[in-house]
Design a protein around this ligand. Structure first.
Ligand code: OGA
Ligand code: MN
Length: 294
């Protein structure tokens, strides 16, 4: 089967045909998907009835699976999915929706803020692959913003300010901004802020993008309120409707996004019924502050 990609949004995002993810892909298929990721930044695969092992096998075509440790407050004995899988559902270990005031649910609500996966890690993620096993009937769209366009459409003065800036990212900041600050001492230690460049250059295409995330709490060398105001303005700019692709989930969709050139968020949905979304994450290869910024 030959992979082909059709653009589904005026500025980015494509839908892939010619790939059956339940089976191993040929090197040509993998190369076509990677090239599609470089170009479209978000790719949608429809009707992929995969299990967790098939999802992980597909994922490693693009790099090593990221170690998920340190990215949430769920305890080891509470995990519903096996190692390598990130649980983005609203479910507990028994498959029941989490209670409204469950700490895990409140923490996961952070996914409703614009973010880039693992930007709170010293080496942040390359791709995320999200499989919709049970999707919301209404709401629950995942929205993506093209951060290359966000960078390209900045006015020149703002772009000059952005170039070279370093931000501090932490789950403490994203959750704190929602009023969730009940973190234990261990969690606070685990979520120690990391530094990331505000402007990234894509290693293959050479295109620059704004690296924004709700995990940003400050800019190195700036007073915090000034940094937050500046970042808020940038997020508002980046999330303008013409630059956003809203994915409406169908059962068995798999969506891949490039965290280096997009940010995303999930919209509100009915949490009294299961929404079973399972993610795999491809690890990045270097701290952003060591990647070419210019
Ligand atoms: C994620 C995420 C959005 C969603 O998987 O990284 O932010 O639609 N999920 O659940
Ligand atoms: Mn995410």
């Amino acid at each position: 089967m030959t992979v082909s990609i059709r653009q589904i949004h005026p500025v980015f995002a494509g839908e892939v045909s010619g790939a059956d993810l339940t089976k191993p892909l040929s090197p040509q298929q993998v190369a076509a998907i990677e090239a599609g990721m470089d170009r479209y930044a978000v790719l949608v695969f429809r009707d992929q009835k995969i299990d967790d092992d098939q999802q992980m096998a597909f994922t490693v075509n693009f790099g090593a699976i990221e170690n998920a440790q340190g990215g949430n407050i769920t305890k080891a004995h509470e995990f519903r999915l096996k190692q390598g899988m990130v649980d983005v559902s609203n479910l507990d270990k028994d498959g029941k929706p989490l209670a409204r005031d469950d700490r895990r649910r409140m923490f996961n609500l952070g996914n409703r803020l614009w973010h880039s996966d693992s930007s709170f890690r010293a080496i942040p993620a390359k791709y995320s692959l999200l499989s919709g096993r049970i999707v919301a009937k209404e709401g629950g769209d995942t929205e993506f913003a093209d951060m290359r366009v966000a960078y390209d459409t900045l006015d020149e003065a703002t772009r000059k300010i952005c170039d070279g800036l370093i931000c501090e990212h932490s789950l403490i900041y994203s959750r704190g901004s929602m009023g969730f600050d009940q973190l234990s001492e261990d969690e606070t230690k685990m979520f120690k802020p990391v530094r990331q460049s505000l402007v990234r250059t894509h290693p293959v295409t050479g295109r620059r993008s704004l690296y924004l995330s709700s995990h940003i709490g400050t800019i190195v060398g700036w007073p915090m309120p000034e940094a937050r105001d500046f970042i808020r303005d940038l997020v508002e700019h980046a999330a303008q409707r013409p630059y956003v692709y809203a994915h409406k989930w169908r059962t068995c969709d798999l969506v891949i996004w490039d965290n280096r050139q997009t940010m995303h968020r999930v919209r509100r949905f009915d949490e009294s019924v299961p929404r079973d979304m399972r993610r795999t994450t491809v690890a990045g290869d270097a701290p952003t502050t060591q990647q070419a910024a210019a």
